[in-house]
Design a protein around this ligand. Structure first.
Ligand code: ATP
Length: 661
């Protein structure tokens, strides 16, 4: 590894300076990464290649980084890959001339669509020499595949994929198809790419001055990029500035901007008030109602804002006229503006006169039109998710604000929660039934917290959020699941653990009176570092007959003939479900406790069980669909391992596996 890191060059030969990056160079890097599981080697290959890109084609660094992450734009733009298997198979068949039967037979044998495309493509005689593919061509092609809408969409997508496949050489077809499927499966985590960008940038900058970066230079560059990216998660905005001004000057040119959503700060579960008091022993903390709705990050720039120009990068391509901006983003940075036109219409009336721009962290909660009482999450979920017309809104919402991240051109994330709260109370005014501050109490006695919790539950809240109030530990840390925010849910107190959000991978046909529907389902958590869905339980409880019928209708179109190569599950015949699905649907599930089982693979690496058993759920119960979560935002293998370990310490281990169906 040392040699690799010290070697000056990436093994792919240089292409003409200023030209487009050959796709083959990117695929060569993917092959090198694919050939190792060692983090350092993966990082070194990535960084070497990015150095070459910065040296020869800096204008394409954004495109290359996006392709490495298998993204086509920042998350908030909602442009995604994840094309269904049948469509990809059709394109492979049409472009390589292999009939569907042959492809299906190959799939039954190999499983990996990428390999099937590679083998089929390379078995074809190449009569005409095609122009080599460039990353630019691939990116544009993928973009068209992902964004084609309207009549004849399928045929257009197939035609586009065919064109790309026909131009592929060597390994290219494999990575193209894996990319289309939505998972490159290289173990190339976003954090690795981000750090490699920083290393490549500082190395290149210092090289041009005849210097070699020291370890401290590399660390400083990594920290700079990490910090800037956490406040402004958009490569499209950051990378051009980095190339123009140098990485160590990034902070002067890239700060948080309304219009680019931050990844929200998340909380860790606490099982009891006692656990909270242990964690915050002698530290000042505050308790807030935990509203049971949908997370909403509201972004705003007034058309009168004096610094409107500075914020122009994003106001240019986001909604609303007059040079201003209003937008609402979900927990996953999805743009919810067309879901909540009713909020955007009244937003101005909550804003104080002195407020010109902000980013506000809130929960939208369904409320009864007549009484103003809070209604459960399920009611909110009956609202349409897109293109809502104000006059059609039937479910009224009230917005509860709990944090202010940006105000009047300035980021507040490095201020204490006490200061952010004060700023929030000056910047906004409550409007009954429409907008309020999350109820809070700065209390620290068990009895007080207990009665505040009971009050929250009576008011239709899920429980409490407990947060550090002062000092650095109370700063807002985007995208972190932090120890400085704890959640206590009413369910925990009733003896149940935290719920999990799991991806539906397969199902079993129903028995008895349930033969026309699925009777049980195979669920999985997500492991972002291996890009795999790891199975965790079978579930057959918590479903009414109506729900089962609806689920059958929803899931049947997602059937695939074989598990995806990125599904980790037991290979034993009796453990296999009757049908497999594309990974699309996320459910919230409660369970009695967690145990180890050879049948499932959840967190098998993380719990380091010598026999390779995974974690599994005992007595899982379906709670609801989490339409607001994408499969990759499901509970992670690491969280599962933490949950397992935390119950182990309270003595819940050693029970056998129970499959609940
Ligand atoms: P997680 O990924 O943390 O499991 P989740 O979406 O499943 O997230 P919960 O675990 O139930 O949600 O709790 C965290 C969520 O609670 C936040 O993402 C936010 O939407 C909501 N929430 C409600 N009230 C508050 C509050 N006062 N402070 C912070 N978050 C709150």
């Amino acid at each position: 590894v040392k040699e690799l890191i010290q070697s000056k060059k990436h093994p792919y030969p240089d292409w003409p300076e200023g030209g487009s990056v050959p796709y083959a160079a990117l695929c060569k890097t993917f092959e090198l990464i694919d050939g190792t599981r060692k983090r350092l080697e993966i990082a070194a290959h990535t960084s070497k290649f990015l150095q070459q890109v910065i040296r020869l084609s800096p204008h394409e660094l954004v495109t290359v980084v996006h392709l490495m992450l298998n993204k086509l734009a920042a998350d908030y733009k909602g442009i995604e890959l994840g094309i269904g298997e049948s469509l990809i198979m059709k394109a492979i068949s049409e472009s390589t001339g292999r009939n569907m039967e042959k492809l299906k037979a190959m799939q039954a044998q190999i499983g990996d669509l990428g390999m099937i495309a590679y083998q089929s493509r390379n078995a074809q005689p190449t009569l005409i020499k095609m122009q080599p593919l460039t990353v630019e061509k691939i990116f544009k092609g993928l973009y068209r595949v992902a964004t084609t809408k309207g009549d004849g969409t399928m045929a257009l997508k197939v035609a586009e994929i065919k064109k790309l496949l026909a131009a592929c050489q060597g390994e290219e077809a494999k990575f193209l198809v894996r990319g289309l499927e939505g998972k490159l499966r290289l173990g190339l985590a976003e954090q690795t790419v981000l750090l490699a960008v920083a290393q490549a940038a500082i190395t290149r900058e210092m090289e041009t001055q005849g210097k070699t970066p020291k370890a401290t230079d590399l660390v400083a560059a990594e920290n700079m990029l990490k910090e800037v990216f956490s406040g402004l998660p958009s490569y499209e905005v950051i990378i051009p500035k980095m190339i123009e001004h140098g990485i160590m000057n990034l902070k002067d040119h890239c700060t948080m901007q309304p219009g680019v959503p931050l990844k929200p700060m998340l909380a860790k579960p606490a099982k009891s008030i006692g656990e909270v008091l242990d964690r915050f022993d002698n530290l000042e903390f505050t308790c807030e109602f935990k509203y049971d709705g949908e997370r909403a990050q509201i972004h705003y720039v007034s058309s009168q804002a004096p610094d409107k120009e500075k914020l122009a990068v994003v106001t240019k391509d986001t909604k609303k006229g007059g040079g201003g901006l209003t937008a609402i983003f979900s927990r996953n940075s999805e743009d919810l503006s067309t879901k909540y036109p009713d909020i955007l219409a009244v937003l101005n009336s909550w804003v104080s006169e002195t407020t010109t721009s902000f980013i506000l962290d809130c929960e939208t909660t369904a409320v009864d039109k007549d009484t103003g009482k809070l209604l459960p999450f399920q009611t909110l979920m009956t609202r349409k998710r897109k293109d809502v017309a104000i006059e059609d809104v039937k479910i009224k919402v009230c917005v509860y604000a709990f944090d202010l991240l940006f105000l009047n051109g300035e980021a507040l994330v490095h201020k204490s929660l006490t200061e952010r709260r004060e700023a929030m109370r000056i910047a906004f005014k409550e409007v009954e039934g429409e907008f309020g501050f999350a109820r809070h109490a700065n209390i620290d006695q068990v009895e007080e917290i207990q009665s505040f919790l009971e009050e929250s539950v009576k008011g239709q809240c899920e429980g409490l959020m407990v947060k550090m109030l002062n000092g650095e530990a109370s700063h807002y840390t985007p995208s972190k699941r932090s120890q400085n925010w704890l959640k206590i849910k009413k369910d925990y107190l009733a003896g149940a653990g935290d719920s999990l959000d799991l991806v539906v991978l397969g199902a079993y046909h129903g028995k008895g009176k349930r033969t026309s529907v699925y009777g049980a389902f195979l669920l999985a958590c997500y492991n972002p570092s291996t890009e795999q869905y790891e199975t965790i339980c079978n579930i057959g409880t918590g479903f009414s007959d109506e729900v089962l019928a609806a689920l059958h209708k929803q899931l049947e179109p997602l059937i695939i003939p074989k598990p995806k190569p990125f599904y980790a599950h037991s290979t034993v015949a009796k453990d296999q479900p009757d049908v497999w699905f594309e990974p699309r649907v996320v459910w919230e599930v409660l369970c009695a406790d967690l145990t180890l089982s050879p049948r499932y693979k959840a967190a098998a690496d993380n719990v380091a069980d010598p026999t390779g058993k995974g974690v599994s759920l005992r007595f899982p119960r379906y709670i609801r669909e989490r339409e607001d979560k994408k499969p990759d935002a499901a509970t992670t293998a690491r969280q599962v391992a933490e949950m397992y370990r935390s119950q182990e310490s309270v003595g819940g281990k050693g029970k056998g596996v129970d499959d609940d169906w």
